[in-house]
Design a protein around this ligand. Sequence first.
Ligand code: GH3
Ligand code: MG
Ligand code: MG
Length: 333
Amino acid sequence: MKVLIADDSKFQRQVLKNVIADGGYEVIEASTGEEAHEVLRSGDEIPICLLDWQMPELSGIDLAKMIRSKANTPYKYLILVTASGTQSHLQEGFSAGVDDFVRKPFDPCEVLARVRAGERIVKLESELRATAAALQFQADHDGLTKLLNRSAVMSGLEREFLRARRTHSELSIVLGDIDHFKGINDTYGHSEGDRVITSVASAIRDSIRPYDLAGRYGGEEFLIVLPGCSEIAATEKADRLKYLIQERNEDQTTVTMSFGVCDLRPEMITIHDLLCAADSLLYTAKRAGRNRVESRVPSVKNETLETNQRLAVVLEWHLHSRSESDREPLPPY
Ligand code: GH3
Ligand code: MG
Ligand code: MG
């Protein structure tokens, strides 16, 4: 474990360094408060700091206040090294965020004992952080697929919905449902059903960008939230995903999926308006025979007409109708 010693006296630094290095710690030295601040700012993970109270410009107390002002960082155990041990000095140190004191002239065994006490606290804090992170992951994620669970993906959608409305940016969602999944369970068993769900989830995870969100919306239904993504791009993404899912399962089971894709429109007031629109397009895909993507933009890859020509028509329609609140239907093929 690393220990920072910040002291402007070379002699004091050397004495402290000998004691602490002999205790099995890796010592990092700083000869001024500024240098110590720079070392800590550089991102080097140093959990224990011995700070000399009296340093020109940036004192140990100033450093302690700066360290404590940073929220959401791993805990640093701060030991103030001081020649004075008056009640008011101790109070000032503790209220600046210091954990412990070492008085000069110091006893080497006592210094080491106080550093070891710090190590225990830092380790406990780090275990606590790891446990909290694991619990948070469990609370937000689905146990089978490790995608976001329904409530977490809905919260994410709510956040992106509000952001997109406020910044007038694009937002699309993809609602996907595995076709005839009950048949897969009935024919091959529940564990094969679980494997299919997991493989769909991993295809989704591999298809999205780090800032996109994907969650298990229901048993075999998935919601993908695509911030900054147009309906055309989202439709193409769903198309690619549809093929990827088939490809990844073709050696085991025939798996197809149907998708409803929808973007945020001005008339949509809540996320439920957006979800309803995507759900109704998903329903259209199911009724139209499944294994397809439905949006208000036709799925380019599914069509047999000359793709480029059709894409030009779709693009023109899309650009033209974005300025109108009520969209015209797409020109027929
Ligand atoms: P459709 O094409 O219309 O979507 O038909 P479907 O059979 O996929 O849809 P339906 O809603 O009739 O059946 C979904 C089934 O998914 C029913 C449920 O038992 C099963 N299911 C839900 N969650 C899980 C799960 O975690 N594991 C497994 N193996 N099956 C699940
Ligand atoms: Mg289904
Ligand atoms: Mg379903």
